[in-house]
Ligand binder design. Structure first.
Ligand SMILES: N[C@@H](CCC(=O)N[C@@H](CS)C(=O)NCC(=O)O)C(=O)O
Length: 228
């Protein structure tokens, strides 16, 4: 059975949604990143990048959320558009846009706004600006299309949904007012039974919620260089 290495955060959420949408049986393996589980040798043997999510399917090991979405889409032939060059070109473009833009800039916006020590004005301004710029591009895309790739719900919408869950935290309380088309897709996906099952995963394990010194050491190992 598939082993799904999970933490209740944006990147694993996308994969959880795809697993729940397809109904593939899987075993959830909690990786408590605030306790440092991501650095355990047993986990870095699966994902050398020491981050969630990762997935083991028999002899197939796959890490990085968007790679996992593609892997599961290929495995099931579901939630991808019909296989034409034009469709595939759009799917890869938007999936990589989420992977290299939405995820990293939203993640760094969260980091600098909520967790970085001062002085941080330059970094907050840079990542807030870039996160908004990327989300505005998604919002414009969804103003013209029901879903990211047109008329069909696909893995690209799932990838967007994973990070949309963190939007008010990443961008601020006005995020939903300023991104109404993202909100429309977010609400639609939230209403799907699979999304409800993903929400229930949060309580499948007692994940650590405090961002104390131990959690900061596990998640922000770069800080050790400042203390040295
Ligand atoms: N590019 C990776 C990023 C994975 C990532 O940043 N995961 C976060 C959760 S959303 C994590 O595990 N953080 C723990 C850490 O940074 O130590 C992906 O898309 O899967």
């Amino acid at each position: 059975m598939i082993k799904f290495y999970y933490h209740p955060s944006p990147n694993p959420a996308k994969v959880a949604l795809m697993l729940e949408e397809t109904g593939i049986p899987y075993e959830l393996v909690p990786v408590d990143t605030r306790k440092g589980d991501q650095h355990a040798p047993a986990f870095t043997a699966i994902n050398p990048n020491a981050k969630t999510p990762a997935l083991v399917d028999d002899d197939a090991i796959v890490f990085d959320s968007n790679a996992i979405l593609l892997y599961l889409a290929e495995k099931t032939s579901r939630f991808v558009p019909p296989n034409t060059p034009a469709n595939r070109a759009q799917m890869y473009s938007w999936l990589m846009f989420v992977a290299t833009g939405i995820g990293p800039y939203s993640g760094q916006a969260v980091h600098f706004k909520h967790f970085a020590p001062a002085p941080k004005d330059y970094a907050v301004n840079r990542y807030d600006f870039e996160a908004w710029r990327h989300w505005n591009i998604i919002n414009a895309r969804l103003a013209a299309n029901r879903y990211m790739l047109g008329e069909e719900y696909t893995i690209v919408d799932m990838a967007v949904w994973g990070w949309a869950r963190a939007l008010p935290f990443a961008l601020g309380a006005d995020a939903w007012d300023k991104l109404p088309h993202v909100k429309r897709l977010f609400d639609e996906i939230n209403a799907r039974p699979a999304a409800g099952r993903v929400d229930a995963l949060r309580s499948a394990h007692q994940f650590k919620t405090e961002m104390d010194d131990d959690a900061r050491r596990a998640m922000f190992p770069q800080n050790a260089r400042l203390e040295a």
